[in-house]
Write a protein that binds this ligand. Structure first.
Ligand code: GUN
Length: 282
C-alpha cells in the first residue's frame, strides 16, 4: 500500500509557521522583510510563477518588490537593477526568474546577487557551501523535497538514493542534500548506461528529468519512495510529472503526485529562505 505525500497540505503547514516567524521578526526588529522579484520578458510560465511568488509573500507577510522589465532590456540595465537591489538595505532576498530572454546572460546577472541575498541558492558560493555541508541558502525545490522526507519520517541514512537529472536547480543540489543526509547517492542523466538498472536499485528515487511519464513501473523497486519533480503536459495537455503515476504508485511505499506534490513546496521554501536571509542580516 502506498502513501501519497501531500505537498499542498505540508506547504500550507510550513507557510503558517513562516507567517508566525515573519510576524515575530517584524515585531522584534520593527522592520519589514523584503523580497525583490525580477521578471524580464513575457514568458507565460514565468509570469505564473512570479505571480504565485508574490501571492505567497502576501500570505506570509513578506514585502515583495516586483520588477517587470521588457524583453528588449539590455544586459547593462538588468545588471544595474540587480546591483542596486544588492546594495538596498530593505531587500533581504533577490530572485531573478529564469529563463531570461535570448540575448541576456543569466550568469552575469546572477553573479551580482550577493550570497546572503541569493534566496534561490543558485550562487557558486551557496552551491559550494552545500557541497561542503556548510551553512548555505539551499535551492528551493530540493530543499522542499527534504522537508517532505522529514515530515513523513522517511529515514535517509544508508539508503540508496538515485537522482535522475543533473540540473543546477534540482538534480545537483538534490544529490548533495541526500549525500549530506548520509544516503548513498547515484546521479543519472541522458548518458547513463542502463538507466533502468540504476533506478531499480533505488530506495529513494527522485525524478527531475523534464519528460512526461518517463519513469515507468518496470524501473521502480518494490517499496521505493518516489519523488516526482517534473512538471509537464501529457498528450492531452493535462499537467503531469516525470513519473507514470498511475502505473508506478502500487510499487511505492510513498509517492508524490503532480500537481500537488513537490510544486507547492518550492515557493514555500523561497519564503523560508527569505526569512532566513533576513534573520541572518540583523
Ligand atoms: N525558473 C524555474 N524554476 C525557477 C526557480 O526556482 N527560480 C528561478 N529564479 N527561476 C526559475
Amino acid at each position: 500500500m502506498y502513501k501519497i505525500i501531500d505537498g499542498k497540505a505540508l506547504s500550507a503547514e510550513i507557510r503558517r509557521e513562516i507567517k508566525e516567524k515573519v510576524s515575530a521578526f517584524k515585531e522584534k526588529y520593527k522592520k519589514e522583510i523584503g523580497l525583490a522579484v525580477v521578471l524580464v520578458g513575457d514568458n507565460q510560465a514565468s509570469q505564473v510563477y512570479v505571480r504565485n511568488k508574490i501571492r505567497a509573500c502576501e500570505e506570509v507577510g513578506i514585502k515583495s518588490y516586483a520588477y517587470y522589465l521588457p524583453k528588449e532590456t539590455k544586459q547593462s540595465e538588468l545588471n544595474e537593477l540587480i546591483s542596486g537591489l544588492a546594495a538596498d538595505k530593505n531587500i533581504n532576498g533577490i530572485l531573478v526568474q529564469l529563463p531570461l530572454p535570448a540575448g541576456l546572460d543569466s550568469e552575469s546577472a546572477l553573479k551580482l546577487i550577493p550570497r546572503e541575498k541569493d534566496v534561490d541558492g543558485f550562487s557558486a558560493e551557496n552551491i559550494g557551501q552545500l557541497c561542503m555541508n556548510g551553512e548555505s541558502l539551499v535551492a528551493c525545490t530540493p530543499n522542499g523535497v527534504m522537508q517532505m522526507f522529514k515530515h513523513e519520517n522517511i529515514g535517509l541514512k544508508g539508503k540508496r538514493a538515485v537522482v535522475v537529472g543533473r540540473s543546477n536547480i534540482v538534480g545537483r543540489p538534490m544529490a548533495m542534500l541526500l549525500l549530506n543526509a548520509d544516503a548513498t547517492v547515484t546521479v543519472c542523466h541522458s548518458k547513463t548506461v542502463d538507466l533502468k538498472a540504476e533506478c531499480l536499485k533505488a530506495d529513494i528515487l527522485v525524478a527531475a528529468i523534464g519528460k512526461a511519464k518517463f519513469i515507468t513501473a518496470d524501473m521502480v523497486k518494490e517499496g521505493a519512495v518516489v519523488i516526482d519533480v517534473g512538471m509537464n503536459r501529457d498528450e492531452n495537455g493535462k499537467l503531469c510529472g516525470d513519473v507514470d503515476f498511475e502505473n508506478v504508485k502500487d510499487k511505492c511505499s510513498y509517492i508524490t503526485p503532480v500537481p500537488g506534490g513537490v510544486g507547492p513546496m518550492t515557493i514555500t521554501m523561497l519564503m523560508y529562505n527569505t526569512l532566513i536571509a533576513a534573520e541572518r542580516a540583523v
